[in-house]
Write a protein that binds this ligand. Structure first.
Ligand code: G3H
Ligand code: ZN
Length: 298
């Protein structure tokens, strides 16, 4: 199938959450495609600036592989470039098949964040790309000094959000509402009232970052309150690494990576299918699903 624009996918969400999963290696992209196909649901594959740095700063190889895997998929897939701070990266997004970019200038002072983000919006929108950016700080990013998700100032202010969206022209807003990046336990408590207030205040879709640390029941509540794009990365890495650890624990003499990467990729695909199904059914009764929270503290 051809790649679908992120804007188009988000517009069609209609009260459901759309899962956006981080691609680090080719196996991540394969697992996301597999999980989305099993769930029969659309999905966003996203490559972060950090993942590009991991690939020696080269976007092209991992973007090309991800796009090829996405195009071979039977469900709709959108391609997103995530957490971009360097203009040299967002400037090349259009030529690599991305339908959207997240501009992350959340560490800059407010006025500078607006100026830098506005510049990117102008460039990317004129080339047909959808732009997300962050207001408030979702902590836990690589290289960050720890910032509690509950620290004052860590939350997005609805009045500031109205002004920010109007001044930058962004198409979607990543907000700080209690989640934090790279959590390996699933016990983040979200401020659901704040999500609802932000939803009412701004006219653009809301994005939840650091969703791996949010329990299933809270993810459902967040989608019901107005979150649309749900970013998930660490949960895949937990599934992947645990499967490899288990395999090598039982087979310490294995050297062929295909032996241990196969169950690891499979574990990521199962995780993707779980989250997509959950997000697409925010009003389902969890007690009806015995597998609900099966990935809790995974
Ligand atoms: O932008 C990507 C995410 O916010 C993923 O966060 O790794 O904590 O799930 P996570
Ligand atoms: Zn994030």
């Amino acid at each position: 199938m051809p790649l679908v624009g992120t804007a188009e996918m988000i517009e069609a969400a209609d009260g459901r959450g759309i899962g956006a999963f981080n691609v680090i290696t080719v196996e991540h992209a394969e697992a996301i495609a597999d999980g989305a196909t099993r769930a029969g649901l659309p999905v966003i594959m996203q490559i972060s600036e950090n993942a590009v740095a991991f690939h020696d700063g080269r976007l092209e190889p991992i973007a090309a592989a991800t796009a090829a895997i996405a195009r071979a998929c039977d469900v709709n897939v959108a391609l997103h470039l995530d957490h971009v701070t360097d203009p040299r990266l967002w400037e090349i997004a259009p030529q690599h098949g991305f339908g959207s970019v997240m501009i992350d200038q959340s560490k800059l002072p407010y006025e500078d964040n607006i100026a830098e983000t506005g510049r990117a919006v102008e460039f990317l929108n004129s080339r047909g790309l959808w732009v997300e950016s962050e207001l408030g700080q979702v902590g836990g990013k690589e290289g960050d000094t720890p910032l509690s998700a509950h620290a004052p100032g860590a939350r997005t202010n609805p009045l500031e959000a109205i002004d920010y969206v109007a001044q930058t022209g962004v198409d979607a807003l990543a907000v700080a509402v209690g989640s934090s990046h790279a959590m390996t336990t699933r016990d983040a408590a979200l401020d659901i009232d704040l999500i609802a207030a932000l939803r009412t205040a701004v006219g653009v879709p809301l994005v939840l970052h650091g969703s791996s640390g949010v329990p299933d029941v809270e993810l459902r509540r967040a989608v019901r309150a107005g979150m649309v794009k749900i970013n998930i990365g660490t949960a895949l890495n937990i599934a992947y690494t645990n499967a490899i650890r288990d395999y090598l624990g039982e087979n310490p003499d294995t050297v062929d990576p295909r032996k241990y990467v196969t169950p690891a990729r499979e574990a990521m695909a199962t995780t993707v299918a779980h989250f997509l199904t959950l997000l697409a059914n925010p009003r389902a009764n969890p007690s009806e699903n015995p597998h609900e929270n099966a990935h809790e503290n995974a």
